[in-house]
Design a protein around this ligand. Structure first.
Ligand code: BTN
Length: 311
């Protein structure tokens, strides 16, 4: 596993420092602010350079960041600061096996795991999630104890949040699509005790990474590279808003949003389930988020499976 960087969102010192360095600041001022020696400031600047920041150092003027990576532990912490009610810690990896796996192993609530690259990114149905550089790969652990029966609803909620944030549409259960091609996948898992599990929400978005023919990326759609920290921010804003809605008993509102964003309802679908293949017209999602399919005149309720749009 590659190097990891951890930042707890207890105080905003690191974020303020970064902001000061972005607008330019003398080593003296920084040392005062940090309450450390000039050598420590120099070491901090070197650390930032290692992370891909380009820093100009001028005598008497001080340091100034002239170029920042779009993702680093600091850029992510800066985005997460306004969500510190839900996220207490950021764990950033250059390379990791899978952010979901890290979250599962840790078993702690209120942590955001994020990686530049995953070597064993996990997809649904035991598949690999190819995680090339340039994509957004992160996992959130839900901050509070969460009813296990509502995990499907949470998965759909995450889908709504991402679809709204990136201008996508939803394919049941929660593939986010643009122009009929997959741009994001979501994998919810559980960790810890069955009576009191930690709920894990893993999200992979194709942002600036290369993708296979049958998928798309935000870069391909927009025709330019996007700042991944900004994309993350848009997703978190909506996710926590709807998370609170869901916790407050507002599933009906989220379900309605899912319907509006759905690309599946009304289509002829083929769903591969554990009990066999269900084919027919997708009518709706029910109270529990299950897909209702009109199959030869009878309504079949599908709770899990891989859905393909036939027409
Ligand atoms: C799918 O198959 O559609 C779900 C893909 C989920 C991929 C994300 S990337 C971040 C997180 N870590 C993983 O190993 N998987 C999820």
């Amino acid at each position: 596993m590659g190097r990891s960087y951890v930042l707890r969102l207890d105080d905003d010192k690191a974020i303020r420092l970064l902001d000061m360095l972005k607008s330019g600041c003398s080593g003296q001022r920084l040392a005062e602010l940090l309450g450390v020696s000039r050598t420590s400031v120099w070491k901090f600047v070197k650390k930032l350079e290692e992370m891909g920041y380009v820093i100009e150092a001028k005598r008497r003027v001080g340091y100034r960041i002239v170029k920042s990576p779009d993702l680093s532990v600091y850029e992510v912490a800066r985005v997460c600061w306004e969500f510190r009610r839900w996220i207490r810690e950021v764990r950033y990896y250059k390379v990791v096996d899978s952010t979901n796996e890290r979250a599962k192993e840790d078993g702690r609530r209120g942590v955001l795991y994020i990686a530049e690259r995953q070597t064993r990114g996990r997809g649904r149905f035991g598949r690999n999630w190819i995680s090339e550089p340039g994509g957004l790969y992160f996992t959130l652990t839900v901050p509070d104890p969460f009813p296990i029966d509502d995990v499907t609803k949470l998965t759909l909620t995450a889908g709504v949040a991402v679809a709204e944030a990136i201008g996508g549409r939803l394919k049941w259960v929660n593939d986010v699509m643009i122009d009929g091609k997959k741009v994001c996948g979501i994998l919810c898992e559980l960790s810890g005790e069955v009576e009191d599990p930690v709920v894990i929400v893993g999200i992979g978005v194709n942002v600036n990474n290369e993708v296979p023919e049958n998928a798309t990326s935000l870069k391909a759609v927009k025709g330019r590279e996007l700042n991944r920290a900004e994309v993350l921010k848009g997703i978190l804003e909506r996710f926590f808003k709807y998370y609170d809605t869901l916790k407050g008993g507002g599933w009906g509102e989220i379900r309605e949003k899912w319907r509006m964003l759905s690309e599946t309802i009304g289509k002829i679908v083929r769903v591969r389930t554990a009990g066999g293949v269900v084919e027919g017209r997708a009518l709706d999602i029910d109270e529990d988020g299950a897909l209702l399919v009109d199959s030869n005149g009878s309504v079949v309720r599908v709770t899990a499976g891989e859905c393909i749009h036939v027409e």
